[in-house]
Design a protein around this ligand. Structure first.
Ligand code: GDP
Ligand code: MG
Length: 641
């Protein structure tokens, strides 16, 4: 079941934390100082089961304006907000500031909780409600449902949860591009565990054992354990609250604002191009070269603003800007950020990252035009935006509102320039393709790590992990094989350089078994004997066959490759001299038994050296070609056949 995350918002002392405790039984104020002062300073976390059975994580934020930076670190990646307004006090400055921040961050879903209902009479409550509606007018939450609650009298709580469930039911599924990133909101050590980081997971799943990096910085390690809502998991899904226990990463190397990613999947940026909106309520225009605080993800940093159009951006206006960050942050194009003025402290605006541009842009019309072009959506880029996962051209056009008349031309463009990749009946954007490709590689790597003896992951297992229909999956595999990113091994998929590997005990067993097999090569011990005496079970034999150490012939026998070569050579020599060979003659020449000779001859037939004719065999290729064929097979082992 999908796990969602909601956040609180609203003025200090309006009852956010008390409400969360009443709903969840968990006090989100974790710090001693918070308990002593009766005020939330940093982010708090809780979770609750909704009436329908789904769990929802809750990020509780501080309302006091001194701690807005902490609020911003928690609010970024939520599915919906619980905007708290106290019935007795009504809308207050941080109610408005939080509302503005929600707008800038694109958080458009939520419930308004009119709290402390027990403190006011009906008339006052009605006034507070209309006051709230007035403040919400023109914001994305204008039509959000409003529920009257009292945490102390425990009224309205069930209705609030039911309303929240309904609102979350309308939220779109979380994006999964296969490139997980966890903006870190807490980093700490736990005795016996080591370094733990927490955050709301975006864009992809994380699994125990995954290799990770923390950016900016050069911390690398592995995920040792994962939890959501205090429960241990093998895999954490995008959109859920996650605590990740890291091995190989020092606590001092990670802090709030950094992002946990797969190595190489996200680079820190120091210069961002942003189409910046300045709030109507801003006290003054945003000036060119002004110093501001930029909040993005869980990170914050000082930055200089280059206004690319004109000298300033007036309240209520938007303009292309470039933010030159004092310290790099790991962001992706499309991320939303908030810009604040440090003193007097004030939220002035925000926008979406259009480019993580390495080069310094000039304040010229062409620069703006180029950014406009990037932002303006041609049919081709609209189509591309809907191809984050494989879809047919018709589906993509429908989703992106591209006209059927423009569709084919746009598709031809994006396929020709490599921005989209065909997969059977579908197309996928390069990013989406890359996500699928790395997903396949990762599944292979994981299988190799967990089951080093196995040739790889079964195709079917990989297909269902990717959730692709068979035809598209086959097309993906074909392309990855052509690009030498994976290899097909029988019915399994593997990384090209994977060879099944044996444990030291297995290698020791194999060394002794090889001696036994070599004693009388064409009269080898049976598989049952090999297992009983040397521990060579079916799986181990399959692995040995794959790396070319043994050859399995028929259902019953295991030979050394030299034995098969010797048999083949004896048969081919005889055929070269006499033209035909009988089973009895093959047995006598090779010194094998009838039981083994039949399958050995069949094996030569199967490999296109010989053919049956009546009771005899004849060669179907030249003797030299026959010898080469068998040698080539034995060189490769069964793995690449
Ligand atoms: N009477 C009453 N008091 C409340 C209610 N909810 C919170 N309070 C009180 O309001 C104060 C501030 O609450 P708190 O949850 O810390 O507010 P926050 O700053 O929004 O997290 C505390 O003293 C609470 O006991 C309520 O529903 N009724
Ligand atoms: Mg609080």
């Amino acid at each position: 079941m999908t796990i969602r995350v909601v956040g609180t918002a609203g003025h200090v002392d309006h009852g956010k934390s008390t409400l969360i405790t009443a709903l969840t039984g968990i006090d989100p104020d974790r710090l001693r100082e918070e308990r002593e002062r009766g005020m939330t300073i940093d982010l708090g976390f809780a979770w609750v089961r909704l009436p329908g059975g789904a769990d929802v994580g809750i990020v509780d934020v501080p309302g006091h304006q001194d701690f807005i930076r902490n609020m911003l670190a928690g609010i970024g990646s939520i599915d919906a907000v619980i905007l708290v307004i106290a019935a007795d006090e009504g809308v207050m400055p941080q109610t408005r500031e939080h509302l503005a921040i929600l707008g800038l961050l694109g958080i458009e879903r939520g419930v308004i909780a009119l709290t402390k209902r027990d403190l006011v009479d009906d008339e006052w409550a009605a006034l507070a409600k209309s006051d709230a509606r007035e403040a919400l007018r023109g914001t994305p939450l204008a039509d959000a449902p409003l529920v009257e609650v009292s945490a102390t009298a425990r009224t309205g709580l069930d209705e609030l949860l039911a309303t929240l469930e309904r609102v979350l039911g309308e939220a779109p599924p979380r994006r999964d591009t296969g490139r997980p990133r966890l903006p870190i909101d807490r980093a700490f050590t736990m005795s016996g565990f080591g370094t733990v980081v927490t955050g709301t997971l975006l864009d992809g799943a994380l699994r125990v054992g995954d290799e990770i990096a923390v950016v900016p910085g050069d911390a690398h390690g592995r995920i040792r354990g994962l939890q959501t809502h205090r429960r241990a998991l093998e895999e954490a899904r995008p959109g859920s609250r996650v605590a990740a226990n890291l091995s190989g990463v020092d606590k001092d190397a990670v802090e709030r604002g950094m992002v946990l990613v797969r190595p190489g999947s996200l680079a820190p940026a120091s210069v961002l191009a942003v189409h910046l909106e300045v709030l109507t309520a801003a006290s003054a225009p945003l000036e060119h070269d002004e110093s501001v605080k930029v909040h993005v993800g869980t990170a914050e940093t000082m930055a200089r603003v280059s206004v690319l159009e004109g000298d300033r951006v007036a309240p209520g206006a938007t303009a292309w800007t470039q933010l030159r960050l004092a310290s790099p942050v790991a962001v992706a194009v499309g991320d939303r950020l908030v810009v604040r003025r440090p003193s007097p402290s004030e939220t002035i605006g925000g926008g979406q990252v259009a480019d993580t541009a390495p080069a310094r842009l000039r304040r010229r019309a062409e620069t703006v035009a180029a950014l406009e072009r990037r932002a303006a959506l041609s049919p081709a880029s609209r189509l591309l935006a809907s191809l984050d996962m494989p879809r047919t051209a018709v589906e993509a056009a429908e989703r992106s509102g591209v006209d059927p008349a423009e569709r084919e031309a746009a598709i031809a463009v994006i396929v020709a320039d490599g921005r989209a990749i065909p997969l059977a009946d579908a197309l996928v954007a390069r990013d989406g393709f890359e996500a699928l490709a790395t997903h396949v590689e990762r599944i292979c790597a994981q299988t190799h790590r967990r089951m080093p003896l196995r040739a790889g992951v079964s195709r079917e297992e990989a297909r269902s992990a990717l959730g692709l229909p068979a035809k598209r999956f086959t097309a993906l595999v074909d392309r990855l094989v052509a690009d030498r990113r994976i290899a097909v091994r029988g019915s399994a998929l593997a990384l090209p350089d994977h060879r099944p590997s044996l444990s030291p005990e297995q290698e020791a067993g194999w060394t002794r078994a090889r001696a036994a097999l070599a004693k009388d090569p064409l009269q080898p011990p049976s598989p049952a004997q090999l297992e009983a005496d040397y521990g060579l079970d079916r799986e181990l034999i399959a692995a040995l066959a794959e790396r070319g150490d043994v050859v399995r012939i028929g259902t019953e026998a295991v030979f050394l490759p030299e034995a098969v070569a010797r048999f083949a050579r004896a048969v081919v020599d005889e055929l070269a001299a006499k033209g035909t060979i009988t089973v009895a003659r093959a047995r006598d020449l090779s010194g094998s038994s009838r039981k083994h000779v039949l399958p050995l001859l069949q094996f030569l037939d199967d490999h296109g050296l010989t053919r049956r004719r009546g009771d005899d065999r004849i060669l179907v290729v030249t003797p030299a070609a026959a010898v080469e064929k068998i040698a080539a097979f034995l060189r490769q082992g069964e793995g690449d056949s």
